[in-house]
Design a protein around this ligand. Structure first.
Ligand code: SF4
Length: 324
């Protein structure tokens, strides 16, 4: 049984159950690299050039944590998953970047998904992966459809208020529904890429800290895709980055939701799409009487003490406004 590794970084937070169940359905044993740790991040930092964004550096570390334990690494090349929109350039070049930055890697399984090109859609990627693993197309289709259904259920659980890893535990029967978010004093929309929001090491435990301060967190993954798409289309010119669209659509929704007390936006230093989207969201927050807004830029030099101070000040402001 081939052992396939999936790094717990980047689009893991979008697609893990889909990839895991699909590969398991093809007869593979799937292992993932586990939570980001200091050691993983240090390894990633040592392998990446300085200009790379923190999430990609962390990804390199996760690849290194897996490479000696697996027969293959699953590292799909996602070019485009939405019509007339693209994933960020670093993600579409990720398999090449990994190949050229790290040594002694096992073979990479890197099917390409580009829904804007004929013959490069999801079905082609399924067939490509099956061929690489020498599985029949019939087995691949049925494994993929089963995995797809479970992935949709995972997304549905997130819309009910669960974070991705909690939803994963629910799917696997390791936790009960009682973990659903409790009622709290304040509600804050946390914007950003899923790998920044849900990687507790990269964001220095942001979600947990907010919950301890009595804040209920809403994230883009908790909104219906139609709501995000509808708000994203209201821009004078629609963004052609899928991840940026999702952040902007969710931001526009949070700004108009009377139940949201404030917004925290997590961006990565060195991320082109984030610098544009961050500026657009911040300008919108400053409009009129202003909307409580906190921009947090993540990089390897971010300090925990600074984060705690800014968070506490932000939450105090929200409580003051609520009391008023
Ligand atoms: S969207 Fe930004 S943070 Fe994400 S991989 Fe691309 S450059 Fe890095």
């Amino acid at each position: 049984m081939p052992v396939v590794g999936i790094p717990r970084a980047l689009l893991f937070y979008h697609y893990y159950p889909l990839w895991r169940d699909f590969l398991a359905g093809l007869g593979c044993q799937v292992v993932e690299s586990g939570p980001t740790t200091r050691r993983i991040l240090q390894q990633g930092l040592a392998a990446a050039v300085d200009e790379t964004c923190l999430p990609v550096k962390a990804f390199y570390g996760h690849v290194q944590a897996l490479k000696d334990r697996v027969d293959y690494l699953f590292l799909p090349r996602l070019v485009s998953v939405q019509r007339r929109a693209y994933i960020c350039p670093k993600l579409l070049g990720l398999p090449d970047m990994v190949r050229h930055s790290l040594t002694n890697l096992p073979p990479l399984l890197s099917p390409t998904i580009d829904v804007n090109r004929r013959g490069r859609g999801v079905w082609a990627a399924v067939a490509e992966t099956a061929a690489l693993l020498q599985a029949s197309s019939c087995r691949a289709w049925s494994a993929f459809l089963r995995a797809w259904r479970r992935w949709r259920r995972w997304q549905e659980l997130q819309r009910q208020g669960f974070f991705p890893l909690e939803a994963q535990e629910l799917l696997e029967g390791k936790a009960g529904e009682e973990k659903r978010r409790a009622e709290r004093r304040l509600r804050v929309g946390v914007l950003g890429h899923p790998y920044n929001i849900y990687d507790g090491y990269v964001n220095m435990g942001l979600l947990q800290r907010l919950e301890e301060m009595g804040v209920e967190v809403q994230t883009p993954e908790m909104l219906p895709p139609k709501t995000i798409a509808c708000y994203a289309r209201r821009l004078p010119k629609e963004l052609f980055w899928t991840l940026g669209r999702s952040v902007l659509g969710a931001a526009s929704h949070f700004f108009t939701d009377p139940g949201i007390d404030g917004i925290i936006h997590l961006i990565s230093f060195g991320c082109g799409p984030d610098s544009l989207v961050g500026e657009l969201v911040e300008r919108r927050a400053r409009r009129g009487q202003g909307f409580p807004f906190l921009l947090l830029t993540l990089d390897e030099h971010s300090g925990e003490a600074g984060l705690i101070t800014r968070l506490e000040a932000f939450v105090d402001t929200l409580e003051w406004r609520r009391g008023r």
